[in-house]
Design a protein around this ligand. Sequence first.
Ligand code: CP
Length: 313
Amino acid sequence: MNFEKRKDLLGLKDMSREEIELILDTAVPMKDVIRREIKKVPALRGKGMITVFYENSTRTRTSFELAGKYLSADTSNLAVSTSSVQKGESLKDTIQTIEMMGPDILVMRHSMSGAPHYVARNTRMRVINAGDGTNEHPTQALLDMFSIRERKGTLEGLKVAIVGDILHSRVARSNIYGLSKFGCEVRVVGPSTLMPPEIERLGVRQYFDLKEGISGVDVINVLRIQRERQHAGLFPSLEEYAELYMLRPEHLELAGDGAILLHPGPMNRGIEISTELAEGPNTLVNEQVTNGVAVRMALLFLMMGGRRDEIAA
Ligand code: CP
């Protein structure tokens, strides 16, 4: 199987289990490349990739850029805050201008849900969604799934609790779509004001009580409280949120034996996760960052026509 028929990666909703497995399997040897003294393979020599982020990022943008460089692609970044976007240039004109410079892959983050879909329909470049509004963040979910599979040995049938601001979370949506394809029991846990209406239609079960929601699970994925998207006073104060929903070491004991904890970052320590737990042995935050580079290498490689059997295991 290869990605010949897939031009873009816009979300996990429309991605098959086989495609996801192919990316995760390909990320295994890519992780070996990252650990080498010389982190360079020629797979994407002569290919161009540009990152265009209309929202801030540390992890996603940097890991895409490093992933491209480790694969020998020519990478570039449009610094939106100092670009002609600030002079009023439209999204369409900006993307058309970039396209005329010849890159093959556009990695894009935008505050509007659906913006990468619009761009993908209007460019010959392959478009990767690096997070669109509250819709999807597919590569975050892929790296989460890789991290879970690496630690647990499988994804099949695991119980996963996603905790926090489900309403605004593109990470939650992509994880729900991805994990559901592997028979996981996905729970969403948080205050009712941060729970999307009809979320259970996605095949998940909602919990408003933290202890109940995480009881007996294999994996807890803690979401960031998105202060930049909290316009409507959806909870009284950060202190009250922390009192009811902040994950602490004792919460891991409520989960199943060997339960692991993920956080997509950046973390708000003392709000959704305690510092003690953030630095605990069952917390995969740092591994997630490394795995993010490996998964994005795998994705770039496959999208540019690479085959899994071309790279050593
Ligand atoms: N997890 C994540 O998307 O982090 P950044 O916002 O730093 O890219």
